[in-house]
Write a protein that binds this ligand. Structure first.
Ligand code: FMN
Length: 188
């Protein structure tokens, strides 16, 4: 089943003109194959996995190394469901909150990098993950429920869990624009 999924994902890269980038490098292979899972089993994320994911977020680069973020970990199913309705037990949500912006700082951008670091770390550990900004307004309006620290605003939510691998990878993967549409070679 795993081989079939990889073949289907490879076919998507071929159609997007990205196949030349698939290599034996585990980091680039991961970047080129990971996607944002929607369906999860109720197998819990372990504390060890969560610890590595959070440390990968802490290790993220940030402007002037300000590290203008707090990570709020939520495991309680009802609280998670209040933010993302199709949550299943065993999922974890990490709310990435940014220090309220001061002149010359870039907390939203920095928080985006930390969120992506944790997204990649989760996939590197064989887990599924999906970034959400849709629930951010609700989270900031109910800060007490989610324990958002004073002086910080939620920027993104990262959902982590064990992906349901029985889901058809073709309908799960989202196509990308082609390199020709994206890469501006005007100065070459
Ligand atoms: C900043 C950001 C915000 C997102 N917000 C949501 C969201 O609120 N709800 C959702 O279902 N997916 C959300 N996503 C997931 C995107 O829809 C998904 O990454 C995109 O469609 C590409 O699909 P793929 O990651 O599976 O390749 C978000 C992704 C990012 C990067």
């Amino acid at each position: 089943m795993k081989t079939r999924i990889l073949l289907i994902i490879a076919a998507l890269f071929v159609s997007a003109g990205l196949v030349g980038q698939i290599s034996d490098n585990s980091v680039t292979d991961l970047l080129l194959s990971a996607y944002s899972e929607r369906e999860y089993t109720d197998e819990p994320v372990t504390e060890q996995q969560l610890d590595i994911i959070l440390k990968s977020g802490i290790k993220s680069p940030s402007a002037r190394n300000l590290q203008p973020w707090k990570f709020t970990v939520i495991r309680d199913t009802e609280t998670m469901k209040a933010a993302i309705d199709n949550i299943v037990p065993g999922n974890v949500i990490i709310i990435v909150s940014g220090l309220v912006s001061q002149n010359g700082t870039t907390p939203d951008f920095d928080c985006g990098l930390a969120t992506e670091n944790m997204f990649i770390a989760a996939h590197g550990l064989g887990l599924g993950a999906r970034i959400y900004t849709g629930p951010v307004r609700n989270v900031n309006q109910n800060r007490g429920l989610y324990h958002i620290p004073a002086g910080y605003n939620a920027v993104a939510l990262l959902r982590i869990g064990n992906a349901d691998r029985s889901v058809d990878a073709v309908s799960s993967a989202t196509p990308r624009k082609t390199p020709d549409e994206i890469i501006n070679k005007a100065h070459q």
